[in-house]
Design a protein around this ligand. Structure first.
Ligand code: KG4
Ligand code: ZN
Length: 344
């Protein structure tokens, strides 16, 4: 089964072709970072317009790179939510139009399910059941995964998502959008011993997160050291380093707790923040101590991409999912409302 995947939930247009026998045949990604950079964040209307411009040429590029005929494609999978409503509608309309024209089904995919399954694109993939830490610009969630569509939310952020906290701290430090990779780079030359930031909610039982206090703590530390315009370069790096360590430590502690609570040995991390090197290294080291292992996607499949949507669509179709009459996109779509394959 050959599935075309289309991702347009936010500021990346991602397209890919995934084959159930041969794996990922081709993929292409266009990032809108340059469009939104001057505004310091994503401008929804500009995002929609750019998806309109880029999606079709990317689809043509991917089909030609894969060297397949259009008649060989058996379904189109698209991101139906959560995300920006206009951006989602561009992908959904295009996917459904193409599917109708080609006489094949179109399947709406949950964006976070795409992220969660992205490590399955790797040769060394985890077996079910596992715990997934989903850390992106919009989500910080710990999920128990027993199979495709069998997700139990164990904990989540009560306020900012981890990626959102990275982006806001980047802004405070005068770094460009999206801030995560910039804060991470700045942190490399920081002294981890200079500042100690709090690890929010680690002393409370449970698996929820909170990052907004950490953001305020960062802002106060910055203000005490000259503020954004007068702070020296080393202090900026030291603040970035302390912030990153506090986020990473908090995530590591909660992941370990989730594995122990559910008595599982496999952890998957996915979503933009899973690209963070410090997080990957600290998680691997911490889990090795409890005979557990961490799996993550290749770097280019950590952030939004079409391959994860094509893969999720393919697995759902193989498991018996069909096109639904209900075609609405869902800008807000809690993961626990996601049905198992084949369910009405
Ligand atoms: O999954 P994603 O591409 O989009 C959403 O669905 O939100 O995640 C984007 C988020 C942004 O907040 C970005 O700053 C963050 O992931 N991010 C990182 C890194 N790379 C991307 N955060 C920390 N370290 C990184 N290396
Ligand atoms: Zn995402």
């Amino acid at each position: 089964m050959l599935v075309l995947g289309i991702e347009t939930s936010c500021d990346e247009t991602g397209v890919a072709l995934y084959d159930s026998d041969r794996g990922l045949l081709a993929d292409a990604l266009y990032s809108q970072v340059a469009v939104h950079e001057e505004y310091g964040g994503v401008v929804p209307e500009l995002a929609s317009r750019d998806h309109v411009r880029k999606a079709l040429p990317l689809i043509e590029e991917v089909i030609s790179k894969a060297g397949v005929g259009r008649g060989e494609i058996s379904a189109v999978a698209y991101t139906a939510g959560p995300g920006l409503v206009g951006a989602l509608m561009v992908g959904a309309t295009l996917a459904r139009g193409l599917a109708m024209g080609w006489g094949i089904p179109a399947l709406g995919i949950h964006h976070m399910e795409g992220h969660l399954l992205a490590p399955m694109l790797e040769p060394d993939k985890p077996a079910y059941p596992f715990i997934a830490l989903l850390v992106s610009g919009g989500h910080t969630q710990l999920v128990r995964v027993d199979g495709l569509g069998e997700y139990k939310l164990l904990g989540e952020s009560l306020d900012d998502a981890a990626g959102e906290a990275f982006d806001k701290v980047a802004k405070m430090l005068g770094e460009p959008y999206p801030g995560g990779p910039h804060v991470a780079r700045l942190a490399e030359s920081g002294d981890p011993a200079r500042f100690t930031f709090p690890r929010p909610m680690v002393n409370r039982p449970g698996l929820d997160f909170s990052f907004s206090g950490l953001k305020t703590f960062t802002l106060n530390t910055l203000a005490q050291n000259g503020g954004r315009d007068n702070v020296d370069q080393q202090t900026r790096a030291d603040i970035a380093c302390a912030f990153q360590l506090a986020v990473v430590d908090t995530l590591v502690i909660k992941c370990r707790r989730a594995l122990q609570q559910e008595q599982l040995q496999r952890l998957v991390i996915a979503g933009g923040v899973s690209a963070n090197t410090e997080l990957r290294e600290r998680l691997s080291a911490a889990l090795a101590k409890i005979q557990a292992r961490v799996y993550y996607p290749a770097l280019r499949f950590c952030t939004d991409n079409g391959a994860m949507i094509a893969y999720a669509g393919c697995q759902r179709l193989l498991a018996g999912d069909t096109e639904r009459a209900d075609t609405a996109v869902r800008p807000r779509w809690p993961m626990d409302e996601l049905a198992a394959p084949g369910a009405a």
